[in-house]
Design a protein around this ligand. Structure first.
Ligand code: NAI
Length: 320
């Protein structure tokens, strides 16, 4: 296969690119002609300390392979400085990969406000700050590509990660709205839930599993989504160990109760099997708030006559 997905002339910011997934993304962009801003604060995986070494080493690697890269050592919370580094070094920004992240794992019962706040700051405020500084540039040039990094922990929950789960799912919401707001100006935003061996996962996964989870098996999806020819926008993917899959919401056909009669908890109880049934061939996949509202609006007209108003069992058929 020819390597024809090139990024010549494009400038990419990869946050947290001093190690793990970010390093892999940065090296790959650099090898395909992009000018790369390698951002990394260089602290520990729980957010302590700072060092220039991590970013410098990746810049050296990209340059040694003949690529173009500069380091930036700011926290993502100073997103405007990271964008400034790109503008000073290369004069533009085309792609932002929000990848920087830390963990503060602890059960919800024991979680402190600081542990909650810090995770939100790095993941959510950090992504916001970088994007907020890049967005006007994207809009002006009518071009931009955004990757945010969520996690299976955000989508499904994970014991001991209430702060991380909540912050990671916030990035899915952010991506969905940016996809809508950027579409007209050719700014595409997508979000990935990766799985890869890194210092973040090496303490929680067995060595055998880690061997099969190379960051390089996540990166190609990031590059594909960031290419100028790729139209995908507002989507969520799970990716790791060579598996790539897209996610969407699924809703049951539900049950439409009469909209002109009192709705009691007992009515819900009686129709619970229909409300929660994913197997009756009536599921839908709402892809927008408009589509989500369709069933609710359809039920505006679901009006019971006096005869069927008393017992929930005599209620109307499910809303279409
Ligand atoms: P990692 O710890 O190797 O890389 C994260 C990088 O972000 C580090 O180099 C760190 O110095 C940097 N960083 C942390 N705080 C920063 C800040 N305030 N400003 C700038 N840089 C900062 O971890 P890994 O696994 O490569 O994680 C990358 C992203 O992928 C993270 O957002 C993580 O939450 C996410 N993720 C990773 C998974 C995995 O299986 N490795 C699973 C799900 C999500």
């Amino acid at each position: 296969m020819t390597n024809n997905l090139r990024f010549d002339g494009r400038v990419v910011i990869v946050t947290g690119a001093g190690g793990g997934l970010g390093r892999s993304h940065a090296l790959a962009f650099g090898s395909r002609g992009a000018s790369v801003v390698v951002n990394d604060l260089g602290g520990s995986h729980t957010g302590e300390g700072a060092s220039k070494r991590a970013a410098d080493m990746v810049v050296d690697e990209i340059q040694a392979a003949g690529g173009k890269a500069v380091a930036n050592y700011d926290s993502v919370l100073d997103g405007e400085k990271i964008v400034e580094t790109a503008m000073k070094a290369f004069g533009r920004v085309d792609i932002v990969v929000n990848n920087a992240g830390i963990l503060k794992d602890v059960s919800f019962a024991r979680m402190t406000d600081q542990q909650w706040d810090l995770i939100f700051q790095v993941h959510v405020d950090g992504a916001y700050k970088v994007l907020k500084a890049a967005w006007p540039i994207f809009r002006k040039q009518k071009y931009g590509r955004v990757i945010n990094t969520t996690s299976a922990a955000g989508i499904y929950g994970n014991f001991g990660q209430a702060n991380y789960s909540a912050a990671k799912l916030a990035l899915v919401g952010l991506t969905s709205t940016l996809a809508l707001e950027g579409k007209k100006e050719n700014i595409h935003s997508n979000v990935i839930a990766p799985m890869a061996a890194s210092r973040m996962t090496e303490t929680i996964m067995p060595p055998d599993m880690l061997k099969s989870l190379k960051p390089e098996m996540v990166t190609p999806l990031v590059l594909y989504l960031c290419h100028e020819d790729t139209k995908e926008n507002g989507s969520l993917f799970e990716v790791g160990a060579g598996f790539v899959g897209k996610l969407r919401w699924e809703r049951t056909g539900g049950y439409g109760f009469p909209n002109n009669k009192a709705l009691l908890p007992e009515h819900i109880q009686e129709r619970w099997a229909q409300i929660t049934n994913f197997e009756d061939g009536r599921v839908t996949h709402p892809g927008s708030t408009q589509e989500s509202m369709e069933s609710i609006i359809a039920n505006f007209e679901n009006l019971a006559g006096d005869s069927d108003a008393k017992a929930p069992s005599s209620g109307p058929s499910p809303a279409k």
